[in-house]
Ligand binder design. Sequence first.
Ligand code: ZN
Length: 507
Amino acid sequence: MSVSLSPLDYPLPAQPTAFVISGNRVLLNSEQPGPRPYTLSVYQGLIHRIIPGHFSVQTIEPHLPRLTAELPAGLIHDGQLGFWDIGDLWLMPGVIDAHVHVNQPGRTLWEGMTTASQAAAAGGCTTIVDMPLNAIPPTTTVDHAQTKVESVGDSCWVDVALWGGMVPGNDGDLLPLRDFGVRGFKGFLIDSGVPEFPMVESRDVLKALQVLEVGISIANLHATTLEKPPADPRQYTAFLESRPAAMEVDAIHAVISWLEAHPAVRGHIVHLSAAEALPLIKAAKARGVNLTIETCFHYLALSAQTIPAGATQYKCCPPIRDELNRDALWAALEEGLIDLVVSDHSPSTPDLKCPETGDFLAAWGGIASVQFGLSVLWTEAKRRGYECPRILLPWLCERPAQHIQLDQRKGRLQPGMDADMVIWDPEESFVVTPVGIHFRHKVTPYLGHTLYGRVHHTLVRGRVAFSTGLATESEPRLLIMRNRPSGTDDTPAYFSATPPGRIILEA
Ligand SMILES: [Zn+2]
């Protein structure tokens, strides 16, 4: 066989529709005991074949018939097949961040899709799921969802899916939204912080659960209840005391009782912070309550004792709690009580973080971190003695894919699945600096932190969304190329290969 390959240092902007990628340290899924040499072929955005072994451009040829079986013959004879040897870099499924506030349209001064999705790509995320609030209008009706689709246009650097919103009086909008394609619904059991997304009370949730029982959707509930009066506002403890763990426990208790009355609906607790709720969760799961739990990178990586006075970049709701709490969350994650980890990327304009006064009670409660989840979690896992990033796959890839009902396409590397991949070096460290941050405002508690796990390349459905090989500080647009399958026109398209009635946005 005469073969003409195009060796690639990285897939170039004019990317081939088919390429072969080979590496020494590949993690296909979490069942695999550790990194193994594998070679994968990718065709039109999907993983085509996977074979064991790491090959160079000199040694790959005998294996090409297996890797390209059933593909057009011209691919390997006309130089259309790219070959990419990543050597000792690690290859694993792309991260799915199931909780991101993008804020477009309406509050793009806080964050927009371009910057949020570029940051996601730079951090090894291949899919983000946008929360229904903080954008204006919120995603509480099909019209509002359509407004978002039109506003976002072609600015998605990674795959983007949507959550719908559950607010008082929109129970009639839930099924149409589900049919439109939202991955589930989020309601707040506390003031959301923005007036256009009012909190729901027990009767609203019960009404919604009755509607949702006819289909499989998710009541994605923000589990905190009422606030207590303020104390000295520059001290982090003042804010922490205003949001005691009992508030989360009470809210989760209520959620569990609603779910027990509506077993066809899966309930998902967003951003669990209080370890005090874990026994309740454990008992509910043991009883078979249809419940999943997420926590956030910051609750696992940071603790209240180390937050300086006035450092409002650490403020989020619910709050970062103490060191013992953090250890308990880790134990719950390891035990599987907590299912997945998300960023809850929730930026605002810098002034809303009250940097002048350092007032924790007045500052916007949200942490910007969509770019750093993989590295933050790996850095902390490493500190806790983990030697192989395999531990991250269920938390960041597999269970998030199940959570958003895209596990038939995403979350694992196997033939037929989307070629969503992150190529990174878990041993390489870097310092978080403003110039390296791609989200809109460079306000984050991780600024100045040294993190392990540098992302080298991110591929979304076989297309490069981020590549350090192209990086120059003066041309940030060149860092990240649009995630556009070849041959598509300029209009935003629905990702039609998802289950009937569900979409994710694609640019
Ligand atoms: Zn959130």
